[in-house]
Write a protein that binds this ligand. Structure first.
Ligand code: SAH
Ligand code: SF4
Length: 376
């Protein structure tokens, strides 16, 4: 039995991609060496691996640094076991300015995001397959459910890529143009998961509410699949505030099987900064969306992402984010210091703030949120 280890950095899209890579490996007869027991700095147990995949994230410099460090650390592993194959996957791969082969000469192959077929091809060319049941594989998106069996919260990707080009964000450059998956394919995947006893499904995409032909239509179409399975819960993430229409809010409110959970990343509490970020909404508009959600669903949970230290952010503009945090009772807040990313417009903007200022503001935001949660 051949064994593999997969390390995943970054967002849910990467977790979903890793699940599909795992499915490819398991249907080729590989067995997983589980995550538990070793973190970044403790890689005992990897000595048994025949194949190691590292699924990388480049959304912020520190995510990228951690992945790069881990990949470097595998050099020693390869010296001990010359038969070990190492694959570098995910968002680091498509970055055009990189020379990954030069930076990581010990890596054997590269897999861009959302590309399980590249792994299939590599295995077909480089290993003798011990396929258990190759007929099960109909298309790469179905493999998670058909080959791995039911998972507690099953990710169903409904769209890939992003066309929004927020000025700070590298995602459109590494994950490509926004593409909605055909509805019948999504429904088939949900059905397969349901039939295997799935209780919870998360519809996944960078911007699920801009799904074409309509996110509300998709939620309604799911109804026929869950009508006799009242225990199936449908989650969705991430929602872009600018695309959170009245129709979608009303549909979520009406459909009992859809969780009343909204992840609505605000990014900044200041209109001028939002404009520079190219977010496409104002604070007034965002607050209107929150009010609408809460008027129809008082029980709704609303979470957000906030970023501090965007180029040119003044002390007053930062305080506006603090104010917003205090105004809206978010259930959860992911907080980040702005990290300049190559290729993005914001990286070239004037007024880049020193790291100490960004970290200081981040700590202040985190502390404010901690106090708010403690008093709620
Ligand atoms: N599609 C989602 C978010 C994807 S990235 C959306 O539009 O909301 C996840 C989060 O990482 C973002 O919400 C943002 O807060 C943060 N992020 C993205 N680029 C960043 C950067 N360059 N520096 C710091 N944080 C960043
Ligand atoms: Fe990045 Fe903006 Fe697209 Fe989200 S919507 S992935 S932040 S470009």
């Amino acid at each position: 039995m051949r064994r593999y280890y997969i390390k995943t950095y970054g967002c849910q899209m990467n977790v979903a991609d890793s699940a599909r890579l795992k499915a490819v490996l398991e249907s080729a007869g590989y067995q997983e060496i589980r995550e538990s027991g070793f973190g970044d700095s403790d890689i005992r147990g990897l000595g048994e691996a025949d194949l190691i995949l590292v699924n990388t994230c480049v959304v912020r410099q520190n995510a990228e640094d951690r992945a790069a460090w881990f990949i470097q650390s595998l050099k020693g592993q390869k010296k001990q076991n010359p038969n070990l194959k190492i694959g570098l996957c995910g968002c680091m791969v498509p970055e055009p300015e990189r020379n990954l082969k030069k930076q990581f000469p010990h890596v054997d192959f590269f897999i861009p995001p959302n590309s399980p077929d590249v792994l299939k091809q590599y295995l077909a060319q480089n290993t003798k397959s011990e396929s258990r049941n190759p007929k099960q594989i109909r298309n790469s998106n179905l493999e998670i459910v058909s080959d791995l069996g039911f998972r507690a919260s099953n990710f169903v990707t409904i769209m890939t890529g992003c066309d929004n080009y927020c000025s700070y964000c590298v995602v459109p450059y590494v994950r490509g143009r926004e593409t909605s998956r055909p509805m019948d394919e999504i429904l088939e995947e949900i059905k397969a998961s349901r039939d295997q006893g799935g209780k919870e499904i998360t519809l996944l995409g960078q911007n699920v509410n801009s799904y074409k032909p309509g996110f509300a239509n998709l939620l309604i179409a799911i109804q026929q699949l869950v009508i006799s399975h009242s225990s199936l819960v449908i989650n969705f993430m991430t929602s872009h505030p600018k695309d959170m229409s009245d129709e979608i809010i009303a549909t979520v409110a009406e459909l009992p099987y859809v969780a009343k959970d909204f992840h609505l990343p605000l990014q900044s509490g200041d209109d001028e900064i939002l404009k520079k970020m190219n977010r496409g909404y104002t604070i007034e508009y965002f607050l209107g969306r929150v009010a609408k959600i809460r008027s129809l669903m008082p029980e709704a949970r609303i979470s957000t992402d906030l970023m501090v230290g965007f180029p040119g952010e003044t002390e007053v503009q930062f305080e506006n984010s603090i104010k917003l945090l205090k105004t809206v009772s978010f259930t959860q807040v992911n907080m980040f210091a702005y990290s300049p990313r190559p290729q993005t417009a914001a990286a070239k903007m004037p007024g880049q703030l020193p790291e100490e200022v960004k970290q200081e503001r981040l700590q202040k935001l985190i502390e404010t949120n901690r106090l708010l949660l403690a008093s709620s």
